[in-house]
Design a protein around this ligand. Structure first.
Ligand SMILES: [Mg+2]
Length: 421
């Protein structure tokens, strides 16, 4: 049996939970509009006339009394938006996150379509995280609807493998917010993340060290958090479908095929080994902006338009970073082609930055590395490997002034507006 990481004190076995809200955005909307419960609901696109008309015209009735017939339907949608979240009832029709709304409309035209309301989701996000922190203080924030929690030393955290504490947290979140979540509790983050999916929605799954072969090994390699579509494709090419099959491979063989770092990581992951700590007060992982175009654009024929959009995205990301007081080191781009295939590229700089010009230059370098003969429907810019600017101030002082000169930055951006690279 593979050896799993003991907790540093060696007293109690490590118990780590991954908690993930169920269909979060859709669930928040159902709290606002309980009359939609059990109906297919999809969240996506921007605020549209139909929603505004509905809200204006509901004659001052409370939101929960708006008649079903008044809600906008997916079948009436025209545009280029994508689904952010689909309610479980909508998922029955085969619609899901990241699907184009027009495509989803063909599968489930009767679904209610609601616009994304991030302010409301953030409010609920803070609420459920505060509830968790009251019960179990060691929490790692992993985004708007998921967290890791270190159960090891929390009362109830060891009982029944963590089930008792998981149930308490689940129940308290539901009582206070009306939202359901799914929890996986395991010896580490890697396994907990997989486990939280086992009994979705509103489920709890416990994975113990001895469950590796029965619960983890039958899963597809893609279920390992960190195995993306590309690595998965490569694993398939090598004849490896399941984590169990991956676990049969020698570390040297994996390193030969995937390089030192990834090979060694895959070897451990397949054995359920992951020593990564639960990081408290987690910073955002990345800051990004993306846009779906009104019409598909071509890199050559629509170069000026695309260049202007690209520059604007970089400027927005830089503004976001500066406003939130972060600097980042890894600059990335995301493209979605007209056939919906997405591609990402990134580049890591030697220094952290929040400088629009640097982001634009680096993102341009990334863009040079992708095929551009096909039309594009979406473009995104992302800055990752973030750190708070407080620490960065020390660094900024040692930096050539020219690079932080705002005026110069602005003139560069204007001069390059019509350029792609
Ligand atoms: Mg979720």
């Amino acid at each position: 049996m593979p050896h799993l990481q003991p907790d540093p004190a060696g007293l109690r076995p490590r118990r780590i939970a991954h908690l993930d809200l169920d269909a979060f955005y859709a669930s928040v909307e159902l709290l606002r509009y309980p009359q939609l419960k059990g109906m297919p609901v999809v969240i996506g696109g921007g605020r549209r006339c139909a929603d505004d008309a509905m809200l204006q015209d509901h004659g001052g009735l409370p939101l929960h009394q708006i008649q079903l017939a008044r809600f906008p339907r997916l079948g009436d949608y025209t545009g280029r938006g994508v689904i952010t979240t689909a309610s479980y009832a909508a998922r029955q029709f085969g619609v899901g996150s990241a699907m184009g709304l027009m495509k989803a409309a063909k599968l489930c035209p009767q679904a209610i379509l609601l616009p994304v309301d991030f302010a409301e989701y953030r409010r609920y996000s803070r609420a459920f995280k505060d509830i968790i922190l009251d019960i179990a203080p060691l929490m790692e924030d992993r985004g708007i609807d998921e967290v890791y929690i270190d159960f090891t030393d929390v009362p109830g955290g060891q009982r029944d493998g963590g089930r008792v504490l998981a149930r308490l947290i689940q129940k308290t979140i539901f009582q206070h917010t009306g939202l359901t979540c799914s929890v996986g509790v395991a010896p580490n983050k890697l396994l907990a993340k997989m486990a939280s999916e086992f009994n979705k929605p509103n489920g709890i799954a416990i994975v113990l060290e001895q469950d590796l072969q029965s619960k983890i090994w039958p899963l597809a390699c893609r279920k390992i958090n960190g195995v993306g579509p590309k690595a998965d494709q490569k694993l398939h090419g090598l004849g490896l479908q399941t984590i169990g099959e991956l676990a049969q491979k020698e570390v040297d063989w994996l390193i030969d095929h995937f390089g030192q770092k990834t090979g060694a990581w895959l070897y451990d992951a397949a054995r359920g080994v992951d020593a990564s700590p639960v990081v408290l007060d987690s910073e955002p992982v990345s800051i990004s902006r993306e846009t779906t175009f009104e019409r598909d654009l071509h890199a050559v024929r629509d170069k000026a338009e695309l260049g202007a959009i690209f520059t604007r995205l970089c400027q927005q990301v830089a503004d976001d970073l500066q406003r939130k007081a972060y600097v980042g080191k890894t600059i990335g781009i995301k493209l979605r082609y007209d056939n919906f295939k997405a591609i990402t590229r990134d580049q890591t700089l030697s220094d952290h930055t929040a400088d629009a010009r640097t982001i634009r230059q680096t993102a341009g370098q990334c863009l040079k590395r992708v095929p551009l003969h096909q039309k594009i429907r979406l473009l995104g810019v992302r800055v990752a490997s973030l750190r708070p600017v407080k620490d960065a101030l020390v660094y900024e002082q040692n930096r050539p002034l020219a690079q932080t000169n705002k005026a110069q930055e602005a003139s560069y951006l204007i001069a390059n507006e019509g350029q792609l690279f």
